[in-house]
Design a protein. Structure first.
Length: 122
C-alpha cells in the first residue's frame, strides 16, 4: 500500500508541475483558461466532425452514402455521437480482456482501442 500511495503522490506532483505553466497567469494567479486552451488544441471539437479527413468512418459515411453527419446537428451533438460510438465500440475488446486477462490480450485490447479511436474519433 505504501508503494501505491508513493506512486500516486509522484503522479499528482508530476502532473501539477507539467500543468503549472498553463495554470498560472502572468500576474501569478491561478486560472483554468490556459488548461482549456490546451484541451482545445488536443481535442479540437470546434472544427467539425471530420477536419483533415482524420475520422475515417465519418468521411466514408459522408462521401459514400446519402447521409451527411455534419449536417445532422451542431458540433456538440456530433461530438457526443462520435465519443459514444468510440466508447461503445471499445466494449467488446474490454470485455474479452476482462474475461481472459493476459499480457497478449491486453496488447490486443490496446491496439483495438487505439484503432477504434482513430476510426470513430472526432
Amino acid at each position: 500500500m505504501n508503494r501505491c500511495l508513493f506512486l500516486g503522490v509522484i503522479f499528482i506532483v508530476t502532473n501539477l508541475l507539467l500543468w503549472l505553466p498553463w495554470l498560472i497567469t502572468d500576474d501569478l494567479k491561478f486560472s483554468l483558461e490556459g488548461a482549456k486552451e490546451v484541451f482545445n488544441r488536443i481535442f479540437p471539437v470546434r472544427r467539425g466532425i471530420f477536419e483533415d479527413k482524420v475520422a475515417s468512418f465519418w468521411c466514408v459515411l459522408h462521401y459514400l452514402t446519402p447521409f451527411r453527419p455534419h449536417n445532422w446537428y451542431d458540433n456538440s451533438f456530433n461530438f457526443k455521437l462520435t465519443m459514444g460510438t468510440t466508447f461503445f465500440s471499445c466494449i467488446p475488446s474490454c470485455y474479452l480482456l476482462y474475461k481472459a486477462p493476459s499480457a497478449k490480450q491486453f496488447l490486443c485490447c490496446l491496439f483495438c482501442i487505439s484503432m477504434l479511436f482513430f476510426i470513430f474519433g472526432f
